[in-house]
Write a protein that binds this ligand. Structure first.
Ligand code: UTP
Length: 295
C-alpha cells in the first residue's frame, strides 16, 4: 500500500434535519457561501491537499450535486454567445477540479455506514474523509497537516478540536496521550456524543479523517450505536485495539455549515475575505452593527 493519499471520500447523504425546511428539497451541502456551494469548498480543500480522485457519497434526493460538477453544454454555449468568458471559465473549470465520482447510500444509516459505501472505490489505498458540510478555512491547514502526519507515521489520523465542555455531547470525543510531534496526540479511546459529566476530555472529532482500508473491516463489524446509526466513532474504537490512531489538533477555522449559526459565521467571514463583495459587505456590516447597537 502506498503512503500517499490520492483519494478522498465526502459523505453527503444525510438528511440535514438541523437545516429544515431548506434541506427538505435542496441538499444542505449545496448551501451557498455567496455564490459557491459548500460542497465545492470541500472538494477544493481535498484538491489543495493533493487528492485527485474524489468520491461523493450521495442519495437519491441529492442529484443536484452531480449536476454541479458536470458539464452543462447549453449554459456554456449561452455564455460564449454573450461573451461572458470569465463565467464560462468558472463553470468549466469546476468540472475539472478532480476526477469526481458518486455512489449512493440507499438509506441514511449513519456516517460509518456512509464511509463503508466507499470500500469498493477506495480499494487497497489510504484515503481521506471530509464531511460534506464541514468547511475548514485554509489558514488552519488541517487536511494538509493530517496528510503529512500520515505520510510520516503511517497510521490513521483524525482531526481534533477543543470545544466548550457543554458542547462535547454533540461530537465524538477522544481521550489522548502525548505524542512526540507538533500538533499530534495519540488517541487512546473514543466515545460518541458523551454527556459532559462522563466525557473523557473536551477534544472533539472534527470532520476530517485519514484512514487505511483496514477501517472498512471494522465498519462491517459495527452495529448501530448512538441514535441507531452506524457510527464511525465505534469503528475507530475497534481499530484502536489493533492499530495506532493519531489526533491532529487545531483550534480555529472550522465551520459546521449544517448548523445554522456556523453557516452564518461561514458566510460572513468568507464573504468579507472576497475582493469582489468583501469591502462593500464590510461597510454594510459596520453600519448595521452601529445601528443595532452591537458595537
Ligand atoms: P451530519 O450528522 O452532520 O449530517 O453528518 P446529517 O445527519 O445530515 O445532519 P442532521 O444532524 O440531520 O442535521 C455529517 C456528514 O455526513 C453525511 C452528511 O450528509 C454530512 O455531510 N452523512 C450523514 C451521510 O452521508 N450519511 C449518513 O447516513 C449520515
Amino acid at each position: 500500500m502506498s503512503n500517499s493519499v490520492r483519494k478522498a471520500v465526502i459523505p453527503a447523504a444525510g438528511f440535514g434535519t438541523r437545516f429544515l425546511p431548506f434541506s427538505k428539497s435542496v441538499p444542505k451541502e449545496m448551501l451557498p457561501i455567496v455564490d459557491t456551494p459548500v460542497i465545492q469548498f470541500i472538494v477544493a480543500e481535498a484538491v489543495a491537499a493533493g487528492m485527485t480522485d474524489i468520491l461523493i457519497i450521495t442519495s437519491r434526493h441529492k442529484k443536484v450535486m452531480e449536476d454541479h460538477f458536470d458539464r452543462f453544454g447549453e449554459l456554456e454555449a449561452a455564455l460564449v454567445d454573450k461573451g461572458k468568458q470569465a463565467e464560462f471559465d468558472q463553470i468549466v473549470d469546476l468540472t475539472k477540479m478532480a476526477d469526481i465520482h458518486f455512489v449512493r447510500q440507499g438509506e441514511a444509516k449513519g456516517l460509518g455506514h456512509a464511509i463503508g459505501m466507499a470500500s469498493a472505490h477506495v480499494g487497497n489505498e489510504p484515503f481521506a474523509v471530509l464531511l460534506g458540510d464541514d468547511i475548514m478555512h485554509e489558514r488552519a491547514g488541517v487536511l494538509k497537516g493530517m496528510v503529512d502526519a500520515f505520510e510520516t507515521h503511517g497510521s490513521a489520523v483524525v482531526a481534533l478540536m477543543e470545544v466548550d465542555p457543554s458542547e462535547i455531547g454533540s461530537y465524538g470525543c477522544a481521550s489522548t496521550e502525548d505524542f512526540a510531534a507538533d500538533r499530534l496526540v495519540k488517541v487512546t479511546g473514543m466515545v460518541e456524543k458523551p454527556s459532559p459529566e462522563v466525557a473523557p476530555s473536551n477534544l472533539a472529532v472534527m470532520g476530517r479523517y485519514i484512514f487505511t482500508p483496514s477501517i472498512f473491516g471494522e465498519i462491517e463489524q459495527t452495529t448501530p450505536g448512538v441514535g441507531g446509526e452506524i457510527q464511525i466513532t465505534d469503528a475507530m474504537v475497534a481499530l484502536l485495539a489493533k492499530e495506532q490512531l493519531l489526533g491532529y489538533t487545531f483550534s480555529d477555522g472550522r465551520f459546521d455549515t449544517g448548523k445554522k449559526i456556523d453557516y452564518l459565521r461561514a458566510v460572513v467571514e468568507l464573504a468579507l475575505e472576497r475582493p469582489d463583495v468583501g469591502p462593500e459587505f464590510g461597510s454594510f456590516l459596520a453600519e448595521i452593527c452601529q445601528r443595532e447597537g452591537l458595537v
